[in-house]
Design a protein. Structure first.
Length: 84
């Protein structure tokens, strides 16, 4: 089954992705940023507008596909940081 996680912070999401990958609980995972950037396009020079603010829509998405290991996985009650 496909899944998606949407937190506003990148670091916990990357840690989650690493834990899922290490335990082989998901495949095809991808982290994407949801911040929309307007770009100025002129001949020979294209760049994002510099006067932008972050609003409530900023964040990141971790998406992927759960493996059959998810059904067999038994959480240990410890955080993945303690297991490393």
């Amino acid at each position: 089954a496909a899944f998606a996680v949407f937190p506003p912070w990148l670091q916990p999401l990357v840690e989650c992705r690493c834990a899922l990958h290490k335990r082989k609980l998901a495949v095809g995972m991808k982290v994407t940023e949801t911040f929309w950037r307007e770009h100025q396009v002129l001949p020979g020079r294209t760049h994002p507008h510099m006067a932008m603010t972050t609003g409530p829509t900023g964040g990141y998405i971790l998406s992927g596909v759960m493996t059959s290991q998810v059904l067999q996985h038994k959480p240990s009650g410890r955080s993945h940081a303690e297991e490393d």
